[in-house]
Ligand binder design. Structure first.
Ligand code: AMP
Length: 408
């Protein structure tokens, strides 16, 4: 069921409490090294401001130890308020606390069009615990709740679930912002009613993280392409050797991963496309000796990327796709030349999107970073802002934090 969005409401003169994901990377001096997460929700922020709403923004930032420590400057939202102010080209007020006197006083004094950012939600222990007493203090500050933080939608932290629940009990509206709306539209359409052929590409390091996704996608996809270090578990399951390639270290967990890979190979049949060659190195360095290996990887060599024939196969498998979901790099894309497979797959996805009208969805995290670095973010349909959340959606999970919001 589609959710009500911020545009379905009259926000004039109302206080809107918007959960955003301003969990930006900071260097040791507290400078923001990438402000993408502050820029992403700007359309929703502008919408509320331009329609006479009073806006309170709230987010978590990092993992402050033990929460509840407002003195922990390393995790303060203050630099975020300063950057947001630059981006909006207008003042952004900052509250030194989350639900203390400063936040309450400043929230109550807001005027239409004003923006207030409160301190890091995780400075309050109640946030992670989903505590209702903490949540009602947030709920009491505003007239409307807006969830615009897709990256945390799979969690039930207080600001994600208890706050909208309480505000609804108070007879207030709880809606989604543009970011979350777009994420849900793309990801739930892909899972529930994909245009076919539907091709999923999975990569990255760990099979264990992708078990749920594979279980779900195997039933709904037409093709599943697997690259990255994940593929070595599948190679073991096929009885191949993988040399010194990255694999789960714990023997019991590794055995479970291999057994799982075997069952996927059996159940997926022709749907499954595994690498047929591997770009290997003899040390974890871009300058190492290299070779392309077909089949068994010898001792002393590690797989760092998919090989040229696999790139061709994957390109071919993507050629007629109408829906594409990609999550996880094809190799160690942080270390050229082993970024090649990841970038070639990114290019192939962009080309099918442009030439074939495919809907392409890039899962968060590393694949999103790769598509950005390749300069192809504008040539795919949707780059998800949430790694864990987009994986959870691909697993077919329902999010309580979204379910609780008003239906259209
Ligand atoms: P994940 O967090 O599971 O999506 O994994 C992402 C990480 O997997 C990236 O940092 C990649 O460098 C790494 N990765 C992908 N392929 C390989 C590989 N063949 N060998 C080692 N690491 C890899």
């Amino acid at each position: 069921m589609a959710k009500k969005t911020i545009t379905d409401l009259d926000v004039q003169g109302k206080t809107v409490l918007m959960r955003v994901d301003f969990n930006v990377p900071l260097d040791d001096d507290g400078h923001i090294t990438d402000d993408r997460r502050i820029r992403m929700p700007l359309p929703s922020i502008d919408y509320v401001r331009n329609h006479g709403g009073k806006l309170i923004l709230m987010s978590h930032l990092g993992r402050p130890k033990g929460g509840g420590d407002p003195g922990d400057v390393k995790y303060s939202m203050r630099p975020v308020a300063a950057r947001l102010s630059e981006l909006l080209n207008r003042p952004v007020q900052f509250a030194e606390d989350v639900v203390g006197d400063d936040a309450k006083t400043k929230a109550a004094a807001l005027k239409p069009g004003h923006v207030l950012l409160i301190e890091n939600l995780r400075f309050e222990n109640g946030e992670k615990k989903g505590d209702e007493a903490f949540a009602s203090q947030l709920a009491n500050m505003a007239d409307i709740y807006c969830n615009n933080a897709f990256g945390t939608c799979h969690r039930t932290d207080a600001s994600m679930y208890a706050v909208p629940k309480i505000m609804k009990e108070q007879g207030k509206d709880a809606v989604v912002g543009f970011l979350v709306n777009k994420e849900i539209e793309y990801l739930s359409d892909a899972v529930n009613s994909p245009a076919r052929p539907f091709v999923a590409i999975l990569g990255g390091a760990k099979v264990a993280d992708k078990i749920g996704v594979l279980e779900n996608l195997i039933n709904i996809c037409d093709k599943i392409l697997i690259g990255g270090a994940m593929a070595y578990t599948f190679a073991l399951a096929q009885g191949k050797t993988i040399g010194d390639s990255l694999i789960e270290k714990d023997p019991e967990k590794r055995a479970a991963d291999v057994a799982f890979a075997k069952s996927i190979i059996e159940r997926a049949g022709d749907k499954l496309h595994l690498p047929v060659d591997t770009h290997c190195g003899d040390a974890f360095s871009g300058d190492c000796n290299k070779q392309i290996v077909q089949g068994d990887i010898p001792d002393g060599w590690e797989g760092f990327d998919i090989g040229p024939q696999t790139i061709k196969d994957f390109r071919h498998a993507l050629k007629d796709a109408k829906t594409i979901v990609w999550n996880g790099p094809m190799g160690v894309f942080e270390m050229p030349p082993f970024d090649h497979g990841t970038f070639e797959v990114a290019k192939a996805i962009a080309a099918v999107t442009q030439d074939n009208g495919a809907i392409s969805i890039i899962g968060g995290g590393d694949s999103a970073a790769a598509i950005e670095v390749a300069g192809l973010a504008e040539q795919v349909s949707h780059v998800s802002t949430g790694g864990g959340a987009s994986l959870a959606m691909l697993e077919g999970k329902k999010f309580e934090a979204v379910e609780v919001l008003d239906d259209k």
